[in-house]
Design a protein around this ligand. Structure first.
Ligand SMILES: Nc1ncnc2c1ncn2[C@@H]1O[C@H](COP(=O)(O)OP(=O)(O)OP(=O)(O)O)[C@@H](O)[C@H]1O
Ligand SMILES: [Mg+2]
Length: 298
């Protein structure tokens, strides 16, 4: 209430609150009612000022966090970018040495070089993932879409992953419906399939079966991977699509697990106008599935 109104209330009280008037119960109740309204109004003003202050502080905190997030992303991107070239050199040099181009190697030297080669390869994969996350977070992911066959893409990936799954005695079985060609980024969608297939193999027990389906669903193509592993705790089904988020399900043969693959997959699928999701199978195992519409926003 502004001071003018407060003055009005005081004036009214002084004018009408005489001992004589206060004897009249109707005037007493009227003045009491006026005082009560005035005090309520003051509480309301205090609350409004408090809420406005809170709102300003929240906004400041949010802009601080957004700025921090942006700085984190660009530092992450720069670090990943700067690590990439030296890692490529280390891996390349190890491979040249392993090929014998620089002279004969002893058994021991060969073993050490193989470790250097596979470790630098793994690190390069991680650095590439970090670079992807940083680019996507800053909205810098560009799709290179061409008319292509999702079926060919799936069959190609199944061929590669059958070999990897075979090492854990896991069998991949695929059923692909014929699907019309449509605009897609084969490299990026291949990356999504790689992560879903590698997860299915990583989190499945040796000797189990993984089913892969490619189906036409209305005006879109749906890719699904069903495994017989431990599945995903229901409370983690959403969370695992965010960066560095892992559930308590652990790889069955000590494979590496960074928690970046699904976050990258989600961004790629969404950039294609589709959606990715996970649920648990009716009896056991996880079911991961994404769909891509045939006609997508540019
Ligand atoms: N098929 C699956 N069965 C059970 N849990 C899974 C499965 N796929 C993913 N998860 C859970 O979701 C988490 C996130 O998966 P995501 O692919 O993002 O990361 P990751 O496989 O651990 O590492 P990477 O970055 O190498 O992909 C995993 O750590 C795992 O806990
Ligand atoms: Mg993964």
């Amino acid at each position: 209430m502004c001071s003018g109104q407060r003055g009005d209330v005081k004036q009214i009280l002084a004018e009408f609150g005489t001992p004589e008037n206060l004897k009249d119960p109707r005037i007493r109740s009227l003045l009491f009612h006026l005082l009560r309204q005035w005090s309520l109004q003051q509480d309301h003003e205090r609350d409004t000022a408090f809420l406005e202050d809170l709102h300003t502080r929240c906004n400041l905190a949010i802009s601080g966090l957004v700025e921090l997030h942006r700085t984190k992303n660009s530092s992450l991107g720069m670090a990943a970018h700067d690590l990439r070239n030296p890692l490529i050199s280390i891996r390349g040099l190890a491979e040249i040495l392993l090929s014998g181009a620089a002279g004969e190697l002893s058994q021991g030297q060969r073993e050490y070089l193989s470790i250097i080669s596979s470790t630098s390869n793994g690190m390069l994969g991680l650095v590439n993932d970090l670079l992807d996350v940083s680019l996507m977070e800053r909205g810098h992911m560009t799709l290179h879409r061409v008319m292509g066959s999702m079926k060919d893409l799936v069959e190609e990936r199944i061929q590669v992953y059958s070999v990897i799954a075979g090492e854990k005695d896991i069998r991949l079985s695929a059923r692909c419906d014929p699907i019309q060609d449509f605009l897609l980024d084969p490299v990026r969608l291949g990356q999504v399939m790689d992560n879903l297939l590698s997860n299915a193999v990583k989190f499945s027990p040796p000797g189990s079966l993984v089913n892969v389906f490619l189906e036409k669903e209305g005006n879109s193509a749906r890719f699904t991977v069903v495994d017989r592993g431990a599945g995903i705790p229901p409370e983690d089904l959403e969370r695992i699509f965010h960066e560095f988020q892992k559930s308590r399900t652990r790889p069955t043969a000590g494979e590496k697990s960074t928690g970046l693959g699904l976050a990258i997959a989600r961004k790629i699928v969404e950039a294609h106008g589709g959606q990715i999701s996970a649920h648990n199978g009716p009896r056991e195992g996880a079911v991961f599935s994404f769909h891509i519409p045939f006609s997508q926003p540019v």
